[in-house]
Design a protein around this ligand. Structure first.
Ligand code: SF4
Ligand code: ZN
Length: 311
């Protein structure tokens, strides 16, 4: 990949011969900016169509952090919207309360939704649980991403329900998906590897869809960069504590040495899903004894975390 091509060294686009901005290892071709943008948007549209991720009349709550993945998701959905009859888009942002990080990303989310003319709502951890993440963590910084992830999921569900959304769209990309497969395997959590979040059921959570699941992080970065949309924002100060951060470094290194590693992990997940289809391995959904939300045990993760935080 080259982001600042020089005419002498940059190969031509496999489609049109213009200077390439990316090399796609999987299909061994180079793409220029125009063909990359077109191809990424087509692949997202195709994922949505082939997996019936969005139905006519859906009100889609896009979980918009302001970072690159959710920025790309909102931009792409706003562009391919003409192919989604009767559906409407609304962006929802969670303010976790992280000093030196969230102010900039929230401002980026506000600017983006204003430019795209998309309705935007925010919810904070303070609204949800009475405190900012910084305060909640005090001496448990190592658990930051676990606590933050569970609270954020709940916050997104609440705000999505409040704005009458019928489905939640998140910016998880191919790299995130591969990381999740490996993380769940490392934790010995088979049910979570194959848990389907996009299933529509009146007794479960709002369905969660991942339209960018076939797009790599590199493709998303270049897609935004060549259009002047890449958000240059600070990294969350807690990110380095997470298992995901270690798995991300590991997989990035493996992908360079052994191209296709991430895609192979996704294929493994699909094979496991097929092998387990029809088996009761995914666990029956019951309702949390404290809050009534659907969950797979007695008490949901949110209520467990809330209790451990003394809330
Ligand atoms: Fe939350 Fe961790 Fe993401 Fe920071 S890196 S926003 S703590 S999940
Ligand atoms: Zn609960």
């Amino acid at each position: 990949m080259s982001l600042s091509p020089t005419e002498k060294t940059v190969p031509g686009c496999s489609e049109c011969g213009e200077p390439a901005v990316i090399y796609q290892q999987a299909n061994r071709r180079y793409l220029c900016a125009r063909h990359l943008v077109h191809e990424v948007e087509e692949r997202v549209a195709s994922t949505i169509r082939s997996e019936d991720l969005i139905l006519p009349g859906d009100r889609i709550a896009v979980a918009l952090s302001g970072g690159k993945d959710s920025t790309a998701l909102l931009v792409i959905l706003s562009r391919i919207f003409r192919t989604l009859p009767g559906a409407t888009l609304v962006a929802v942002t969670v303010d976790e309360g992280i000093t030196g990080y969230r102010t900039d990303t929230i401002r980026a989310a506000e600017t983006l939704t204003k430019n795209l003319g998309i309705e935007h709502h925010t919810i904070s951890f303070r609204d949800l649980i009475g405190d900012d993440l910084d305060t909640l963590l005090s001496d448990r910084e190592k658990q930051a991403c676990t606590i933050c992830g569970i609270l954020r999921k709940k916050a997104v569900s609440l705000i999505a329900e409040k704005v009458n959304a019928t489905v939640i769209a998140t910016g998880h990309n191919l790299d995130d998906e591969a990381q999740s497969v490996l993380m769940n395997a490392l934790r010995g959590d088979l049910p979570r590897i194959i848990r389907k979040t996009e299933t529509r059921s009146p007794t479960a959570f709002l369905p969660r869809i991942k339209p960018l699941a076939s797009i790599s992080e590199k493709e998303i970065s270049v897609y935004l960069f060549v259009q002047g949309l890449f958000p240059h924002l600070p990294e969350c100060p807690y990110a380095s504590h997470s298992l995901r951060s270690e798995v991300r470094s590991l997989l990035s290194g493996l992908e360079i040495k052994h191209p296709g590693t991430m895609q192979n992990l996704i294929e493994s997940k699909k094979s496991i899903e097929q092998s387990c289809s029809g088996m009761p391995v995914q666990g029956l959904l019951v309702h949390c004894k404290k809050c009534g939300d659907p969950c797979s045990g007695d008490i949901c993760q949110f209520c467990r975390i809330r209790a451990s935080l003394g809330k």
